[in-house]
Write a protein of this length. Structure first.
Length: 157
């Protein structure tokens, strides 16, 4: 079965910052691809509080090549937002349980990333399962759980 090529009511909000010239290139790509309709693609920049963003999101997509500790993934999961991420070192493979709370995508495989996002967004039952699992999986990263683990490790020293 072929997956649809687009989702009529999907929007993309990009949070964070980067090298100004690269951000400008991304903004130009949006124009070139005729995706510059108001509200379709938004560059929100750096935000201190993302609580409402997570609460409104259906997917968290991470296209990074590296991140020492992708805490934003854990934050997204704690709001019930499944994660699609490139499988880079130090984080995604430890946070994402494949097919349970999100999906790992081979590094820089844009085609697979887009197809997976479309599949998930077009299957509301699957999206709800991933969301439920996201909430549950985030518990392993909460402060109480980490504190208990730290106590166990340090009691053995």
């Amino acid at each position: 079965m072929n997956s649809p090529k687009k989702i009529a009511d999907a929007t993309l909000t990009i949070y964070g910052y980067g090298v100004a010239s690269e951000v400008d290139q991304f903004k130009q790509q949006v124009v070139d691809l005729k995706l510059d309709e108001p509200g379709l693609v938004t560059f929100a920049g750096y935000q201190i509080d993302l609580q409402s963003a997570y609460d409104q999101a259906q997917l968290f997509i991470d296209t990074s090549n590296v991140d020492g500790q992708p805490l934003a993934m854990v934050e997204a999961l704690s709001h019930g937002v499944p994660v699609l991420s490139y499988d880079y070192n130090y984080g995604p493979g430890e946070i994402i349980s494949e097919g349970q709370n999100g999906y790992l995508i081979p590094q820089n495989n844009v085609t697979k990333l887009v197809k997976q996002a479309i599949l998930v967004l077009n299957d509301q039952t699957r999206l709800q399962e991933l969301s439920t699992n996201a909430y549950q999986s985030s518990e392993q990263f909460n402060a109480e759980t980490i504190w208990q683990q730290w106590q166990i490790v340090n009691s053995k020293g």
